[in-house]
Design a protein around this ligand. Sequence first.
Ligand code: ATP
Length: 422
Amino acid sequence: MIIGLDDTDSKEGMCTTYIAAVLIEKLKAFGRVEGYPLLVRLNPNIIYKTRGNAALAIPIGMKRSEDAGPIKKIVIDTIEEMAVFSAQNTNPGVVFIEESSEGMKKDLARFSLRAVRDVLEIREAEELLSRYGISHKGFKNGRGLIGALAAAGFALTGLPDLTYELIAYREKKRWGTPRLIEEGSVWKAAAQPDTWDTVDHESKRIVFAPHSPDPILFGIRGKSELAVRRAFSLIKSEPLERYVVYMTNQNTDMHLMKAKISEVLDFRSYILEGTVTKPPRTMEGGHVILEIGDGTSAMECAAFEPTKGFRSIIRRLRVGDEVTVYGSVKEGTLNLEKLKLTALNQHESKNPLCCAKRMKSMGRQQGYRCEKCGATAKEQVIESIKRNISTGFYEVPPSARRHLSKPLVRFQEHQEGSSCAR
Ligand code: ATP
């Protein structure tokens, strides 16, 4: 059986991953978790999300003859006991996949991917649930059924690319109090291979622990269970209540779609190729805006203030540079997660040189004249310029990274041929 669940938490507390962690413990009496519990991140632009738009799936191995009733009861009772029903935006959903067919797998694979890339309606989840007779329960408006079905769908059909996260949970009595984690041990853990985003070297900050009052103490992200466990073994902290190693679609770029600028829609995420059409400008608040065009249309791309040093890269771009941008679109602006500078514009039009000085323009389309000797020229000249930036990939720092965004260390991993795809 695959149990999918979502939308149990509020900004004031709780966390769907914690409910999943508690359920994993409770369900041990009924069967083993098959493989890994799945932590999936869905469309990061969904307005209903509490924080990171997470949804969970737990695959449980049980005998065909066994009665699924008691498992469903425990899951539903636990959600009823732990979910923050009082929060307006909390609409829990749980699904139980007990059987599958090829047609159902195909439809669920499509639905799950759309939940990461598109904006779905509750009705679409309900239609699939009824078409395939999938047992489920939606609380309040039932919106959580979207995430619950998407997570269960990924558990059934597999992830094309995946990573791992070990999440450590706090003792209940400490929720809402400052987290006690020995800083030196975190830097040692962060130096372990095949893990990322534990610390931010640019700002010299620890980024693997949230600041909200929820049950999570910290999370370690990496390439394999071994890698995250190795780093975890070095962390010195307050006592843990429990920890879970999840398989995830985090840091895979699963949300991004290749498109032309004219095809772009709000609340979706894209990879766009284009040429810089306007010089970067810095806005009030320190946000840097860049405009690119691709012949079909033009669009503004933003490196917001929290992206820190990444903004200085964007400021160095010039009109005519060729780039590929990666990020989500909101209100017609692409929020930059990464940028690949593919070709530099190393030329500039300048007034011709004469008598060791630049000629002066004689007016629009009137040509140029040397103020000293009176010589004239019809047109500007094209000169090479030196640039203080090279072609290549640039990314936001770990402190500003979105859950789904693939860090550059993972691009190297793929070039080495050690893909995580299964
Ligand atoms: P946390 O990360 O703290 O667990 P959250 O950010 O995951 O919280 P939720 O409380 O799960 O936020 O709320 C997200 C809601 O949006 C859920 O009801 C989920 O079913 C729904 N949802 C997720 N993806 C989509 C989508 N692509 N289209 C429409 N609704 C979606």
